[in-house]
Design a protein around this ligand. Structure first.
Ligand code: AMP
Ligand code: MG
Length: 479
């Protein structure tokens, strides 16, 4: 299918008109293509050469709107850093409708009804970051929104200095957030709340549609999906940075990439968002915050589901659902097939060890994936190898209980622990080059992001320890 043949469905617009505001994009000046992702295009049957079609840039810029697309911004609320905002909504995103179950949306398309005092724009740096990182997360096996393409422009924005406006076209199976439920619950619009729950069931949990008790089951599925999502973040060392309830996906996806970061040297308390002075969204806090966010979702669900039942589900989240999801992720990272009670302790010891060793998170697990009893390669990564040695002795003992050979275990671990992740300094280099009109590094990082578990000799330089001075750097929301 070519760009001019795209056909959209608009089921979201069947909801009451309080759910959205029909709106049009405000085009950027002198738009140009930065990158197009043919792998994502395939998901909606869009021609893989569409990046060469001038209409693609027009589609992203909003100067070409396919006949079947009805552009709108979505309404939602949310707790931002613990404080409730009565109405947020898509302040800079414009939705086109869906194709093959993917809802297409441009981010940075200008003011909407929900922009409040902001400009409705996204700057080039944060747009490149989202474009690349969402793809990296997908290929790392993490549920996430995707990115079809990105354009830059000559439209100037006032940020920390002058930046240029850019637009990413994002695709997601769902753009509904915890905050969408909060919006209708807050205003006691119970009919709309029910309609929203039915919409979410149809879109993201269709197997629940005919079941009795479907709203409790919906809540439970969101709880389970959130546990899996956050456990996968913790396993990879991904810090989201802004886990406000408006940035929590009802479908359990990673959404709204802002000042995110992969851990460089392991630091349990790392806060990647420089505006988060209290460390609310530190790496260590992500599981607790997910629980807090789920309690807020439960409050919004009260008109639909008996409160006590959700309270019990939340208790389970803390006691078993999240811990088990995390154990599952970590056992896989360590190549452990048996489930032993002592594993939680081994993993806790590992976290303390990584902290004390001052060691690169990604490189540690990748190097451990080659482990055959020879400790030296791991010692070489650490500032403090002594603690690594003590933990490896525990690990050696634990491995004796397994039936896999070293080779079998290594094979599995190499498919679990990535060699390549996109660290912030790499993204920054791609951004600096892109600002000078060179998009080659964007393409390189996209390629590497698509092959996180492979050996790519040409890109070995992207698998080394983060250079000093660029480790665990913080970023602000305001890009
Ligand atoms: P975020 O935490 O970046 O996902 O954004 C929080 C809220 O602020 C959402 O409602 C966004 O749509 C809105 N927002 C962020 N940046 C802008 C901007 N430049 N213009 C308009 N709205 C924005
Ligand atoms: Mg957001």
């Amino acid at each position: 299918m070519r760009v001019n043949e795209l056909e959209f469905q608009n089921k979201y617009l069947d909801l009451d008109d309080e759910f959205y505001d029909l709106t049009k994009a405000t085009p950027l000046d002198e738009p140009y293509l930065i990158s197009f992702n043919p792998k994502v295009a395939k998901l909606i049957d869009l021609d893989k050469t569409s990046g060469n079609d001038a209409l693609f840039v027009e589609l992203l810029n909003g100067t070409f709107v396919p006949k079947t697309a009805k552009t709108y911004a979505m309404c939602y609320a949310g707790h931002q850093f613990g404080n409730y905002a009565v109405r947020l909504g898509d302040g800079r995103a414009i939705n086109f409708g869906s194709i093959k179950g993917w809802n297409l949306q441009t981010k940075g398309s200008g003011e909407t009804f929900y922009s409040r005092s902001a400009d409705g724009r996204s700057a080039l740096p944060s747009s490149i970051r989202e474009y690349l990182m969402s793809e990296a997360m997908h290929h790392l096996g993490v549920p996430t929104t995707r990115a079809l393409g990105i354009i830059g422009s000559k439209t100037k924005l006032l940020r920390n200095g002058i930046e240029y406006g850019a637009i990413v076209m994002r695709m997601s199976p769902s753009w509904v957030r915890f905050g969408t439920f909060q919006y209708f619950a807050y205003f006691k619009k119970h009919e709309e709340l029910k309609a929203l729950a039915d919409y979410v069931i149809a879109e993201s949990y269709p197997h629940l549609k005919e079941l009795e008790d479907k709203y409790f089951k919906l809540y439970s599925e969101v709880v389970n999906a959130t546990a899996k999502l956050i456990a996968s973040w913790q396993g990879l060392g991904f810090c989201h940075g802004v886990m406000n309830t408006d940035n929590m996906s009802i479908a359990g996806l990673t959404i709204d990439y802002g000042p995110f970061s992969m851990l460089d040297d392991f630091d349990f308390g790392f806060v990647c968002n420089s505006t988060d002075k209290a460390g609310r969204y530190s790496y260590a806090e992500q599981p607790n915050i997910s629980y807090w966010n789920l309690t807020k979702l439960a409050v919004a669900f009260v008109p639909l589901v008996e409160k006590k039942r959700m309270e019990r589900k939340l208790e389970e989240y803390g006691e078993s659902i999240y811990p088990n999801a995390y154990l599952k992720v970590m056992r896989k990272k360590l190549g452990l097939e048996l489930e032993l009670d002592t594993d939680a302790n081994l993993i806790e010891e590992l976290i303390c060890t990584l902290q004390d060793a001052q060691i690169d998170h990604t490189n540690f697990f990748r190097t451990l994936s080659h482990y055959d009893g020879e400790m030296m390669p791991l010692f070489e990564l650490a500032m403090n190898p002594v603690v690594i040695e003590s933990w490896l002795k525990l690990y050696d003992k634990r491995l004796l209980k397994e039936s896999l050979t070293h080779v079998e275990r290594q094979e599995q671990m190499l498919k679990t622990n990535p060699k390549y992740v996109l660290k912030n300094y790499m993204l920054q280099e791609a951004i600096d080059l892109a600002k000078r009109g060179d998009f080659s590094r964007v393409e390189t990082l996209l390629y590497v992001a698509e092959h996180p578990f492979d050996e790519l000799p040409e890109y070995e330089y992207l698998a080394v320890e983060t250079p000093e001075g660029f480790k665990n750097v913080t970023l602000s929301c305001s890009s």
